[in-house]
Design a protein around this ligand. Structure first.
Ligand code: GLN
Length: 493
């Protein structure tokens, strides 16, 4: 039998259903892969008992012929999702030891669909970062290495860095990620996997540690488009506990997958051709355009004139919302507390937050409180909201000319650890192609496209109309069939 950890979500589901292997065998194989891959630091907490219990349940269900959509599939869950009774930290020291009394809607839906949990995945602290280096639990290592023999340690991207590393290293067949300004798509591109950020409101944010509430969205990361479609179906759906959750039925994305995209118009936005992007990124983009044309799509040059304001707009709005959301970590309600002896209440707040938050989180809180302060609110926050509306309008207009957009996911391949930590602006620049779709709330995905000269994965991004996840996934499938991306990192861990 093939190595069970080589199988993705669909193959595991089908194999368990057909009795090719038991769910318990699958769980055991992934649990031992998790143990072997400890050196990647992809998990903050391992939960083998959870995966085993779900697998045994799946094997019982099979006997009675009542398997659920994800029975027998063990998943990794990003540590941003509250998991009942299991430590949930958002990779921050301030939440160390916090065991939620409730389950996030998204993880709860996955478990209700039969999935088990291998563990909680490492990430950038409070999902703030693009390299997983802001985690209080140490950075994640990408399973990929450059082909120059130098063995330089690379980032798996962020903030869903543990999620990306786990899938690429074949330690989990699928994982949850979250995307506020690219945190599903950028890490997916860096490690050569597929990641989907659905339309804002498709997945409930209940129980997802809040970063920037008007942008935060959960989504799947897995090896291919089908696996993402299966997971997204289980994760989506209306939730009365989240006021921004969309009250719409969940489409049958997997059943309606089709790579027939003949006649679809794919827009190539000229503003995404920016200076300083390596020629290899342009080349892979050209290749992607050729594949889509080959699939029968019509390629059209389009313009999204406000694109260049997206990054500064994002880095005003996201920190503003974060500064407000993170006010709740006061040492009283959750996690860690530092109380100086005979100190005042204020001294307790100060000591708790000074010790508990990492430097990037503090930077965001300071930027956020500044742009929201009485003297600067109009100049920054209000202005950013207006620009956000213009960016959203760019997309609304462009849909008259095309059905989807194809762009690079990131302006570079994965970079080395430490390379950008001293330069926040260089780090923020990583999100340049990802944030416009986030600000507009549109569904977007990254699909692996090829390897660069150093042997590292490059991804391309597809952006769809609001609620057109089907069109997005179908274009992703057509792309995937032509790209035939099979590369995987050689195991050194
Ligand atoms: N890298 C971006 C940031 O640091 C996006 C993070 C995210 O999507 N959670 O804010």
């Amino acid at each position: 039998m093939a190595n069970l950890t080589d199988l993705g979500v669909a193959a595991i589901r089908d194999g368990v259903r057909e009795g090719t292997f038991s769910a318990r065998e699958v769980a055991d194989a992934f649990i031992s892969a998790v143990t072997k891959a400890k050196g990647l630091n992809a998990f903050i907490v391992e939960t083998p008992d959870h995966a085993i219990a779900a697998a045994e349940e799946a094997d019982r269900e099979r006997k009675h012929g009542n398997l659920r959509p994800l029975s027998g599939v063990p998943l990794g869950i990003k540590d941003l999702f509250a998991t009942k009774g299991i430590q949930t930290t958002a990779a921050s020291g301030i939440l160390e030891g916090f065991e939620p009394a409730y389950e996030s809607t998204v993880s709860g839906k996955l478990f209700a669909a039969g999935a088990g949990m291998l563990g909680k995945l490492n990430m950038d602290q409070f999902a703030m970062g693009s390299s997983n280096e802001t985690s209080a639990f140490g950075n994640v290592l990408s399973p990929w290495r450059r082909n120059d023999g130098g063995n330089a340690a690379l980032t798996p991207g962020g903030s869903s860095g543990g999620s990306a590393a786990a899938v690429a290293a074949r330690v989990a067949p699928g994982v949850t990620g979250t995307d506020t300004g690219g945190s599903i798509r950028q890490p997916a591109a860096f490690v050569g996997i597929t990641g989907v950020k659905p339309t804002y409101g498709r997945c409930s944010r209940y129980g997802m540690v809040a970063f920037a509430s008007s942008l935060d969205q959960a989504g799947p990361m897995a090896r291919d488009v089908r696996d993402c479609a299966i997971m997204l179906e289980a994760m989506s759906g209306f939730d009365p506990k989240d006021s921004t959750s969309l009250d719409l039925p969940v489409p049958k994305w997997e059943a309606n997958l089709s790579s027939d995209i003949r006649g679809r118009r794919i827009g190539i936005p000229k503003e995404y051709r920016i200076d300083g992007v390596p020629a290899e990124i342009d080349a892979v983009w050209e290749q992607g355009i050729a594949w889509m044309r080959d699939a029968g799509a019509e390629i059209v040059e389009v313009s999204l004139p406000h694109t260049r304001y997206a990054l500064p707009t994002y880095y005003i709005i996201a920190p503003a919302e974060a500064s407000s959301n993170l006010a709740r970590y006061d040492g009283v309600r959750y996690g860690q507390r530092r109380a100086p002896e005979n100190g005042s209440l204020d001294a307790m707040y100060e000591a708790t937050r000074a010790a508990g938050f990492g430097p990037e989180v503090k930077r965001r809180i300071m930027i956020g409180t500044y742009v929201l302060s009485a003297g600067f609110y109009d100049a920054y926050f209000n202005q950013a909201q207006k620009v956000r509306a213009l960016i959203a309008r760019d997309f609304e207009r462009v849909w008259a000319e095309c059905d989807l957009l194809l762009t690079p996911t990131t302006p570079s391949a994965a970079f080395g650890l430490g390379e950008k930590m001293d330069d926040p602006l260089a780090m923020y620049l990583n999100d340049v192609f990802a944030v416009p779709a986030s600000l507009a709330g549109l569904p977007a995905m990254s699909v692996p496209a090829g390897l660069d000269a150093q042997g590292l994965p490059l991804g391309l991004q597809l952006i769809g109309k609001a609620l057109d996840e089907q069109g997005l996934l179908n274009a992703g499938l057509a792309f995937e069939e032509r790209a035939g991306f099979k590369a995987r990192p050689e195991a050194w861990w």
